[in-house]
Design a protein around this ligand. Structure first.
Ligand SMILES: N[C@@H](CCC(=O)N[C@@H](CSC=O)C(=O)NCC(=O)O)C(=O)O
Length: 276
């Protein structure tokens, strides 16, 4: 593993690292914030899954999460959103290919060789983190934004024993019905072949339930709200009587100004679940 950079940050270290990924068949870069407590022993970790067009860098530099994670003694991991680089399949559309892995294991050509973001996030990167850093694999929690909110919700619902809690900022809630997500997920997994109970949070919630803590923030001024379908997740949560928090935040859009405004709440929410 290669250290790309390390900067002191809120008494901890904000690092960027690169490693050869087996799951994605290429080098992958991720950001990792380690609080001061990591110098004494393994610390809990909060995953942040980013949205369309993002690299590991967007949330790391714009979400303002480190100060709250430092207060709680929690590590933050900022993975990339897709495999990328020379020889990796891509598409001119911003919601397919580079920056748009949608947290699935592609089965269709030309994507299946590299686009295995589900395995990368659920299997490979956790191993890399615990082998190289003071991270406690028994205390993980997960959040995300937009496409990353979809990833966080579906992974948390698939592995309820692994993640202490889930939260999302403006998640794509119902990808089987969303103009943003249906087409790319069909490209990766094949139209008519998608197990939507695994890759659609609303359908997963209805099919399998989810007992963990859940916090959703959605801006009322979000320019992409039609594709995100917050009403679908609110309905699914209500139907299964999930005791989660679903907050419509007046006037907020889809940007990192929205995310950074509510990041303190999300980190505190995960800390409560991780230290329970
Ligand atoms: N290219 C599109 C949308 C780009 C965009 O808004 N991306 C969001 C995530 S959207 C859902 O997954 C984002 O986080 N961008 C990075 C950032 O730093 O803001 C367009 O331009 O309309």
């Amino acid at each position: 593993m290669e250290t790309v950079s390390e900067n002191r940050c809120y008494n901890g270290v904000q690092g960027v690292y690169r490693h050869a990924s087996e799951a994605c068949g290429c080098d992958m870069t991720f950001g990792l914030f380690l609080p001061e407590e990591a110098t004494l022993g393994p610390v809990p970790v909060l995953w942040y899954l980013s949205g369309l067009t993002c690299t590991h860098e967007n949330a790391m530099t714009k979400a303002g999460a480190q100060q709250w994670a430092a207060e709680q003694g929690i590590a933050l991991v900022f993975p990339d959103t897709s495999p990328r680089g020379e020889g990796i399949a891509d598409d001119p559309m911003y919601n397919l290919g580079t920056g748009a892995g949608f947290y699935v294991n592609a089965t269709e050509e030309p994507w299946s060789k590299n686009y295995r973001m589900w395995d990368y996030i659920a299997e490979e990167l956790p191993r890399v983190l615990t082998a190289n850093f003071a991270i406690d694999a028994e205390r993980q929690s997960i959040c995300g934004h937009s496409m990353g909110g979809h990833g966080a919700l579906t992974l948390a619902m698939a592995y309820p024993e692994r993640y202490a809690a889930v939260s999302a900022f403006a998640p794509i809630t119902h990808p089987s019905q969303s103009d943003w997500a249906r087409k790319p997920i069909h490209a990766y997994l094949g139209e008519g072949k998608v197990d939507w109970t695994r890759h659609d949070a609303c359908l997963s919630l209805r099919a399998n339930g989810y007992a963990g803590p859940m916090l959703i923030d959605q801006g009322t001024g979000d320019q992409f709200i039609d594709a995100l379908m917050p009403e679908a997740l609110a309905a699914a949560m209500t139907e299964i009587r999930h005791p989660g928090f679903f907050r419509m935040q007046k006037g907020y859009d889809h940007s990192y100004f929205f995310i950074s405004t509510f990041m303190e709440d999300h980190v505190a929410f995960h800390a409560e679940a991780l230290y329970r």
